[in-house]
Every structure is written in structure tokens, then in C-alpha cells.
Design a protein. Structure first.
Length: 448
């Protein structure tokens, strides 16, 4: 039996936080590999429990990763902040690699494009300790800029887009194993559930009820990364909830969907009703922005009844022209109505927040301020996020056209923590002030 070692690499960044962060794609692939007769090894560089010391677990299972300050890459030397490797120690990683020295292939995933140094280091160490084992790179970074990944990471193979089926086909080729294509999934319900038993210690679970998103926001890369929008059946989703709830005894589930509320009558509403009917006593969270336009009285009531605890709404801006430019998925009226319905259902103001974006190319500071004031006027929290130009998106191209960045910019300089410095060092201070302002306004909400 061939053995495939799956690796979730380190994060190299100025800041990182475990906000329900699990390598779900790899866990899906692990299940697929097992289904097709492979044995699977797994190294999670972001394992918070690897040191043997119990980490501080915050609300709903979130918390800090282990952090080691490291030398900054040359291109980031001028940034007046510490740069760190988040996750396990390198020595620990090497020990784990040696335990998996019987692997026949290694698959490394990747997430943010500006985290590529963590991927690079993993691949270097695999080359050093598991010589001659083919290395396959997949994930978001390798999908968005495969030419960069090929040059900098130098894996033996690159997989772009959703990986479950592609990896099975590729391994069949590499190992010259005949593949019965009829056994490959035809729909999302055919995918085996992700294999969470590989995770060393779980504090929460994550679930994906759909793939893709019908929108195409100007700053978002999902169209490149995911498959065309499709949803699992309600029964299949509920079966996974039930299975993992019983197996792991955990209450906190975070949805990874990009478009959880699309087709709400046939999707999220029956899912939430099903959880209630089956007495699956969960706390639900959505780190991704929820679509405010879909939150009518019925959905708001169901969310409250089914213990949907973390409610973060997509908003981005109160500027009508910008809303249209981004993709028109939400307007001020939608947000106000959703907030009213949620509060009528029983939510407290501090339970709800809305994302506001700052730093879009050409976006005036006054627009960000007005957007924050609008969100605050609804009595909910502001989640201020910094724009990061993702290669091949419309906003990336706009930033290039406006002369803010070069089309060949090193992904490290697109990091949202430092991107404001790229074209104007003064912006860093302006953004700091905006963050402080958001903090002050949110404090008022908490104290009301
Ligand atoms: S709605 Fe969200 S996931 Fe969909 S395109 Fe917009 S930002 Fe991306």
C-alpha cells in the first residue's frame, strides 16, 4: 500500500490567530486517499498542542498559535514589526518527518500567497530528510500564482483548484496504478467526510456545506480557487454534523462556506431545523461574512434558536457606488434590515458584527469612516479588515493600473498587515487611527 504524507505548513507572518483554522482541504483529501486504498500520514505544523503544554483556549475553541520570532525576509527588512513563524518548532517537524520516512509521496497545502515562506521551508526540509520522494504542492497559493510557486517552491508537481479528484488521478499516474474513474465522486455528497481524527487535539470542528460562491467580488479569489457554486444535500450535511458531534463530543462548529445563505429555503433553513429536530446541541460560527440580504425574520429566528453564536455580516462599505463596483451583494438597507431581524429574534448588539474594508485602491479614508459610523449607528460591532491585493483579481489589477503596485509584486508585500506601506508610508498611521476609532466605537456598543 502506498503511503502519502500530508503536510499543513507553518504560517510566516507578522500576526496570526487560530480563528477556527483547520486544513479542511487536506482532511478531505485524507479521506479520499483512504477510500482509494492509500495509507495516510499527517503533519500539522500549526498543531497548538505539539509542545505538550496545554495552550490557552479562548472562547469557542479559538486561540493563539505558538509563535517564534524569526529573521525577516530581505524584502521586509524595512518593516518596523517582528516577523514570526507560527506553529511547531522546526526540530519537532524534522522528528515528525523522520517518523514518516516510509512515505511514497508528500502533499503540501498552501493558503495565503504571502505565507509562501512557510511552504518553502517545509519543502526544503522534506527534500533534505525524505530525499527522492515526490513532492506535490496544492492549495490556494499554488492555484492563484502557480508560476511563482513553481519557481520559488520547486515542487515536483503542482495541483491547482479543488484537489480531491486531481490528487487521486495524479498519484495513479505517478505510481502507475490503474484507476476506476467511475469510483470518483460525481457530486459533493459523494465525497467522504473530512478525516478530523488526524488532528492531534480538537477544540472545535469545521464544516463546509457548499463549494464556491455565485458572486464575484472585485477583491476575492474564490472563482479561481473553488469549483462553480454547488451545495451538498441537507441530509448529507446533517449526517456529518451528527457523525462528528457524536465522535468528538464537541459543540463548536464553524462553517467554512463562502455563500452559506444562498438558496436558504432549501439549504441553511432545513439544516438549522434539522439540527434542532435531532437535538444536536451545537454552537455555530461563521468566520466568513454572511449575506445580510438573506436574513429575513424566519432565518433570523432559526439562527437564534439553533445557537448560531458568531454572526459576522458581509458589508465592506456604505458607499453605494463602491457596493455596486464590488458586486452588489449587499446595500445599506439590507444590512439595517438584517440587524433589525436579528435583534428582534433575540440577539444582543454585541453578538453581531459587520465587516468594513479599508485600503481598496482609490478608496478615500472618509468612505471608511462613514462606513464605520453607519455600522455603529445600527448598534453592532465593526470588524475592520485591511485590503490585501490578491494576484489576478480585479482589485489587484486596479492597484496596478493606479500605479500603487507592480504587476510583478512579491506576494510578501501584499500582506494585509503591511500593504498600506507599499505606496504611502503615512497610510500606516492613518490605518492605525482607523483601527483605534473602530475599537472606540465597539467599546461603546459593549458598554451600552
Ligand atoms: S461573496 Fe464572499 S466569497 Fe463570494 S465573491 Fe464575494 S467575497 Fe468572495
Amino acid at each position: 500500500m502506498k503511503k502519502v504524507l500530508l503536510i499543513n505548513p507553518w504560517i510566516y507572518d507578522f500576526t496570526a490567530y487560530d480563528l477556527w483554522s483547520k486544513p479542511l482541504g487536506l482532511l478531505y483529501i485524507a479521506s479520499m486517499l483512504k477510500k482509494f486504498g492509500y495509507s495516510v500520514g499527517f503533519i500539522d505544523c500549526l498543531d497548538k498542542y505539539a509542545t505538550g503544554v496545554k495552550p490557552k483556549v479562548k472562547q469557542y475553541g479559538t486561540g493563539k498559535f505558538n509563535r517564534n520570532v524569526i529573521e525577516k525576509p530581505k524584502i521586509l527588512k524595512h518593516i518596523p514589526r517582528n516577523y514570526a513563524r507560527y506553529g511547531i518548532a522546526e526540530s519537532n517537524f524534522i522528528e515528525l518527518l523522520q517518523k514518516h520516512s516510509d512515505s511514497d509521496a508528500v502533499l503540501v497545502t498552501s493558503i495565503m500567497t504571502y505565507w509562501y515562506p512557510g511552504v518553502k521551508r517545509v519543502v526544503e526540509l522534506v527534500r533534505e530528510h525524505l530525499a527522492d520522494v515526490p513532492i506535490i504542492l496544492g492549495g490556494i497559493y499554488s492555484t492563484i500564482i502557480p508560476e511563482h510557486a513553481e519557481k520559488i517552491i520547486q515542487p515536483d508537481y503542482i495541483i491547482t483548484g479543488p484537489g480531491e479528484i486531481k490528487i487521486i488521478r495524479l498519484l495513479s499516474e505517478i505510481f502507475d496504478i490503474s484507476l476506476d474513474e467511475s469510483k470518483l465522486p460525481q457530486s459533493l455528497d459523494d465525497y467522504p467526510f473530512p478525516d478530523f481524527s488526524l488532528i492531534n487535539h480538537l477544540d472545535y470542528l469545521v464544516i463546509l456545506t457548499s463549494r464556491g460562491c455565485p458572486y464575484n467580488c472585485s477583491f476575492c479569489a474564490q472563482k479561481m480557487v473553488s469549483m462553480p457554486f454547488c451545495q451538498r444535500s441537507v441530509d448529507n450535511v446533517l449526517a456529518e454534523f451528527e457523525y462528528h458531534y457524536e465522535k468528538f463530543g464537541l459543540k463548536d462548529f464553524a462553517f467554512y462556506d463562502d455563500a452559506l445563505f444562498i438558496n436558504k429555503k432549501t439549504h441553511i433553513e432545513p439544516i438549522l431545523k434539522g439540527l434542532l429536530e435531532r437535538n444536536i446541541d451545537v454552537r455555530l460560527h461563521s468566520p466568513n461574512g454572511l449575506f445580510a440580504r438573506q436574513i429575513d425574520e424566519t432565518l433570523a429566528n432559526l439562527m437564534f434558536e439553533s445557537n448560531f453564536r458568531t454572526v459576522r455580516l458581509s458589508f465592506e462599505t456604505s458607499n453605494l457606488a463602491r457596493q455596486k463596483d464590488i458586486c452588489s451583494k449587499v446595500n445599506n438597507f439590507d444590512l439595517a434590515r438584517a440587524v433589525r431581524n436579528l435583534m428582534d429574534a433575540g440577539y444582543e448588539p454585541q453578538d453581531i458584527s459587520a465587516y468594513v474594508i479599508m485600503g481598496l485602491p482609490g478608496q478615500p479614508i472618509s468612505e471608511v469612516e462613514q462606513s464605520m459610523e453607519f455600522v455603529h449607528s445600527l448598534g453592532i460591532n465593526i470588524r475592520l479588515t485591511s485590503f490585501s491585493p490578491i494576484h489576478r483579481t480585479a482589485e489587484f489589477q486596479r492597484a496596478v493600473n493606479m500605479g500603487y503596485i507592480s504587476p510583478h509584486i512579491d506576494p510578501l508585500l501584499t500582506n494585509k498587515s503591511i500593504y498600506p506601506l507599499v505606496d504611502n508610508p503615512d497610510k500606516f498611521e492613518i490605518f492605525r487611527q482607523l483601527r483605534n476609532r473602530a475599537g472606540e466605537l465597539n467599546k461603546k456598543i459593549r458598554s451600552n
